[in-house]
Design a protein around this ligand. Sequence first.
Ligand SMILES: *[C@@H]1O[C@H](CO)[C@@H](O)[C@H](O)[C@H]1NC(C)=O
Length: 271
Amino acid sequence: MKGVKMHSPCCSYKLILLSVLLVVLLTSTTSSEGVVPRTTNNVESSEKIYGGERVYATEFPSMAAIMHFRFLFWRFLCGGSIISKKYVLTAAHCFDQRLEDLTVTVGYVAYRYGAQHKITKIMKHENYSRELITNDIAILEVNPPFTFNADKKPAVLPGKYEVTPVGSSGTIVGWGWTESSHEDGLRKAQVQIWNQAECEEAFLNIMPSQICAGGYDVEVSVCYGDSGGPLFVDGILVGITSFMRGCATYVPNVFTRVSYFREWITLMTSV
Ligand SMILES: *[C@@H]1O[C@H](CO)[C@@H](O)[C@H](O)[C@H]1NC(C)=O
């Protein structure tokens, strides 16, 4: 990890200027990685924000922001969901690159004001495939543990292999954050659960361990679902945002189907 961290005061003006220039150069060339949901081949990653609406502080108390420290700043990496005092559920692909200095912030809609919790362990699913983007699920252990209150609570998990009916109305939540455009505040958008066959037409291989959901129309944002963030149906965390094809297209987002991994979650966390 090529993070530029300045621990000790040092150096002459020239050196400081040089490092500032370097930091600016480096950050501008590595801008949008890991920030928007992963896109599939042949499709452009859109950085525009469509539709969606602001949410209230206590509306999604399980919402977590995964932040990493790079080039002097804390940056947003992925969304996640609190599932217990010690654990956060998110997408495995958020950790494709080796990252240091990771924290989880929770507790309020704007991640920059949230309480910080160090990530002490990253547990990716052993069958996570980077190429196919399958089994895209990971659990993070945090320290100190969360203290629950009105704006910090665990998400309700689905039962083992519980089916989410096609056509159900779902809600995706996220900061919809990219480094070129972002709003300071959590947003949500309504989506509809697709049937697997239709989703396969859009994305060739869709596994039973994945669930698709998309906007009702082209104007509705699916861009707000940050990678790793939640898809709720009736208040239950049924999906984890895994990948998408740009924004404002009538193509669904693909989510990791949480009910499919319910036993794995228990195995890893006793939750
Ligand atoms: C991973 O895949 C192997 C081979 O299909 C299977 O035996 C194993 O149970 C899987 N692991 C998990 C955690 O599901």
